[in-house]
Design a protein around this ligand. Sequence first.
Ligand code: NAD
Length: 349
Amino acid sequence: MINLIILPGDGIGPEIIKQISKILKSLNIFNIKINIIYSYIGGISIDKYNIPLTKKTINLCKNSDAIFLGCVGGYKWEKYYLKPEMGLLELRKEFNFFANIRPIKCPFKNIDFIILRELNGGIYYGKPRGISKQIINNIPTWYSYNTEIYNEQEIIKIARLGFNLSKNRKKKLCSIDKSNVLETSKLWRKIINYIHNYYFDVKLKHIYIDYSTIELIKNPYIFDIIITSNLFGDILSDECSLLTGSLGMLPSISLNNKSFSLFEPCHGSAPNIAGKNIANPVGTLLSLVIFFEYVLNNKFISNKLYFSIFKTLSLGFGTLDMKNYLNNFKLVSTDEFGDLVNHFFLIND
Ligand code: NAD
């Protein structure tokens, strides 16, 4: 029996997670049983326990086969010392989720590539970091600093995963960095080139981050697997969501060395639309598709869910953010979208 822990989080988190809960309930019909527990992360955990991630939640995760997360953050906690996002960073560190795979796939266009983002290093974790005061030009002045830091082992790990993924796809890997300016990127490129020696059948290309932002929009079809750092991957995947219609469309899976994984959509908690039942649940539902394939090991169920989502979108049903993207658009709420997908999931065709 698979044990799954679900952490809905904040903002639109509970609304989008509700839609995958419907599908998970429907699994009964197919005689598939998953043991599901729910717990807290982010702002809601701060409200309840004064910290964004408790030991109890970490232990529940340790006793599970996979973690499913909604999203964290919101206006309410912006001025707090402990931020909701710290819970997510801590979770990624605790389980060594060093790689985040973000498929950028559009069912209506010929766009199908993956952003492989390093998740456990770089500027999000680098020390020293802080905000301090210093006398500059005789004036007490605030200053702030962060450290982008990567070691050889971190880059080797993500590079090997990138090349291995490429071998099972089009054998094309594109590394994105800023090696014309940053030392971390210089080491990144050197190590990617070195690991390439072991994967000579994979075609490797390097692009600088600045130009990549243009190429991704102008010519997305040339990409197959993109490998990049934590910061660049975070930003580029938001940009690439435009290729699929909306930020709400992108799923993701984070991996560690022990095949333990975390599933979550790529977007944040969207506090501007939270509680309105208008959030797009597709990224979350697609994350469940990946969960069915890789944790449940059930390609039939995974495909069935994928085609249910595809069918719903093909018929023109979508949340508000998909208005200018879908043909024959019919506006539905988050809940209605989830019901439609669940309906098609249950139909035997
Ligand atoms: P965001 O991704 O929450 O929202 C950006 C824009 O996209 C907003 O206009 C929002 O309404 C829209 N959007 C996002 N997801 C959507 C969906 N599923 N359906 C329809 N529209 C959607 O990014 P932000 O506004 O920069 O950040 C809001 C909060 O989320 C912040 O506290 C931030 O730190 C946090 N955040 C969390 C995660 C995470 O949990 N993994 C990721 C990024 C940001």
